[in-house]
Design a protein around this ligand. Structure first.
Ligand SMILES: Nc1ncnc2c1ncn2[C@@H]1O[C@H](COP(=O)(O)OP(=O)(O)OP(=O)(O)O)[C@@H](O)[C@H]1O
Length: 291
């Protein structure tokens, strides 16, 4: 129902053992999926830690032994062919995958070192913001969209809500466009404006990580550019994971890139490493096919 309030209770992801170093941080930038290097190899600024995560649907693996770090104030772009498990990876972070009756999960996902499977649902909802492919504002006013989660969680005093709306709309570059129309229905905004509003809504309670699943695939070039500019600003404050089919977009916005294929992290590193100097044939073939 709600992108911020988007995770419901779930059974636990079994506690995982060791893990591999994070994307981009000193160690562990090479090809992925190898044996663990130990928890001490985790980057100090890790927000989300994924350790040996395997997800199957009715026995068919969608993710295989995925190890990944999402670091603070960075944008991690996850790229790869259709069906390789990108969305499943995002949905593992906010625990949605555990609600799939057909899903079997092993491994561990942590948020600031805490096992998400054991976090109270409300806390997880507050701390993991999610934005989907299709802009999906609530059929309320712009103001109510942004204040929905803060009012639900009671995280912002009422007298500060107007200031919060302005701050979040400025962050996504929407304030100047809508400041005179805050009571207008969000459904009357353009697609790009709606998507930026959804991002503003997702950050209204200051989540620790923002997950975006192909946020621009329903948008035209200009609207995509406005969302990318918004993400560049948000990078100053949040850990961000963007699933994208658009390699150009990954190149423009990502600090780090993870290339997935058939449920595995094939390669990950800085955007420059993976996109300009891929080490794996699979990555090279994928990038060549995209051009
Ligand atoms: N709820 C589900 N039930 C059964 N199988 C699923 C479910 N969700 C995903 N899968 C399967 O898991 C695999 C990975 O799917 P996923 O959606 O994570 O890939 P993706 O990389 O995001 O794909 P796309 O780029 O097309 O969106 C696919 O084979 C898919 O059919």
């Amino acid at each position: 129902m709600d992108e911020v309030v988007g995770t419901r209770g779930a059974a636990g992801v079994g506690a995982g053992a060791g893990n591999e170093a994070g994307v981009g941080a000193g160690a562990g930038n090479g090809a992925g999926g190898a044996a663990g290097t130990g928890a001490d190899a985790r980057p100090a600024d890790e927000v989300v830690g994924i350790s040996h995560l395997t997800v199957s649907y009715d026995g068919a693996e969608a993710l295989h032994d995925v190890c990944l770090s999402v670091r603070d104030r960075r944008i991690l772009a996850v790229i790869g062919p259709s069906g390789c498990g990108k969305t499943t990876l995002l949905r593992s972070v906010n625990r949605l995958v555990l609600e799939e009756p057909r899903a079997q999960v092993s491994g561990q996902v942590t948020l600031r070192g805490r096992d998400v499977a054991r976090m109270p649902a409300e806390e997880l909802r507050r701390n993991v913001g999610m934005v989907f492919q299709e802009p999906s504002p609530f059929p309320f006013s712009i103001w109510r969209n942004v204040t929905y989660a803060p009012r639900y969680f009671g995280s912002t005093p009422k007298r500060e809500l107007d200031g919060l709306v302005r701050e979040k709309l400025e962050l996504v570059g929407l304030w100047d466009e809508v400041s005179r129309d805050l009571r207008k229905s969000a459904l009357r905004l353009s697609g790009g404006q709606q998507q930026r509003l959804c991002i503003a809504r997702a950050i209204a309670v200051d989540p620790q990580v923002l997950l975006l699943d192909e946020p621009c695939s329903a948008l035209d070039v200009n609207a995509t550019a406005t969302v990318e500019r918004a993400l560049a600003r948000l990078r100053e404050r949040y850990a961000i994971v963007v699933v994208t089919h658009n390699i150009g977009q990954a190149r423009r916005i990502a600090d780090e890139v993870a290339f997935m294929s058939e449920g595995r992290i094939v390669e990950r590193g800085t955007a420059e490493q993976v996109l300009d100097h891929p080490r794996r044939d699979e990555t090279r073939a994928f990038l060549a096919g995209w051009r």
